[in-house]
Ligand binder design. Sequence first.
Ligand code: FE2
Ligand code: FE2
Length: 424
Amino acid sequence: MTHGTFTDLAPLLPWPRAFTSVPGAEPERSRSTLARLANDVWATVRLLAASALDVPGFEAKLAIGEALHALTEVAASVEERTAELGRRTAPADRAPGTGTRSRLAAALSSPAGARLAAMPDDWLRPLLGTFGSAAFDPLLDGPSERVRRRALLDMGDAFTWFFEAEGRLAEAAGEAPPAPGASGSPASQASCSPAPRASGSLSRPTMGVRDARFRTFEHTRDYRKAADWRCSASEYEDDLIELLRVNRDEIDALETFALALFDLVEEAPLEALRHLARLAWDEARHAAIGHTLLAERGVDPYGYECSMIGIRVRGAMSGWDAWTQITLFGELGIIGPMRALVREAQKRGDDRVAAAFGFVCRDETMHLHDSRRLLAEHHPLGDLSAAGERARAHAGRTLQELGLFEAEQFEKLDGRQIFELLGE
Ligand SMILES: [Fe+2]
Ligand SMILES: [Fe+2]
């Protein structure tokens, strides 16, 4: 076998030999193409974020949580490349163009089931198509081309659930809505037609919805005060069930971070949006972990009633207030009990529980640390304690309006008591 010289390898450069493989390639053109791609991604992020609240299906919510993270990372990589090409993206630049805005407004005002069923054809495939047909010169503009290719892979992964579920979703969207009272408590019924909250001309739901497998309650987040709480003979068992339920019900934390993402796309810096999307994904994972571990114990996870008070209160808030409320009064309260459970599980050799809560604790610690820093830096009130007081006052008013708690009494609660009432 003979070996060629290095000169013979010249045609094997990883780029085309022709310098201008993409006609008309120039930085300004790449920049405007990237800006258009980013706007399309942010519009899809908002569609998914609003749907995280009013789409009832548990599995759909979890898939939306994961897709929110994947898409926000794609938008971030596009914005970062745009900055390299000479133009920093301001929050206001993320506003959709007129055509996309009216398409998005129409989608947001359509029923959640029909919207979810139409999503693959109306939004996800077109987004893949736009990225697929964008042309960046692989040599001159290699970094943009790399962003585009990685985005296609990441979005393809994130959309798999939606494409696989497409037929079932279309079938479900065509079904008549359940008769009043058919799916449990007033909470899930009332939330079927939530009053929208406007951000720009775009509205999102102000309440989360659960599917018919869930029975719900909304007077507290303290599971030991729930109607279906039963003490066992084991303190460890009780703590475990409580914390598995807490995590399963973090569907409302996913909804909270999704609504904050929806509201803040045109207001917050990229770093904050990436963090919110990561939180949405993490809370989707925590809900799945709680659900799975309950099922592994031989019980039907849907047999445990689901608390709705957290999203009832935070859904009515602005993105800044909802994010502040859950950070200052929710995330902090959840970490201590979970750490104690990890230690006890390790002592007992319950490796699966120790591993699961070990990872969840790491997530929550990061959430608390990064959210506090980001809120301190970017909250419009400019100060974490002022932001916390505004969120507390808003929560008190909402609880009073709902007839769930006296605002005056709420004023007197300390952080731990607010956590017990509203959860993470
Ligand atoms: Fe969580
Ligand atoms: Fe969290």
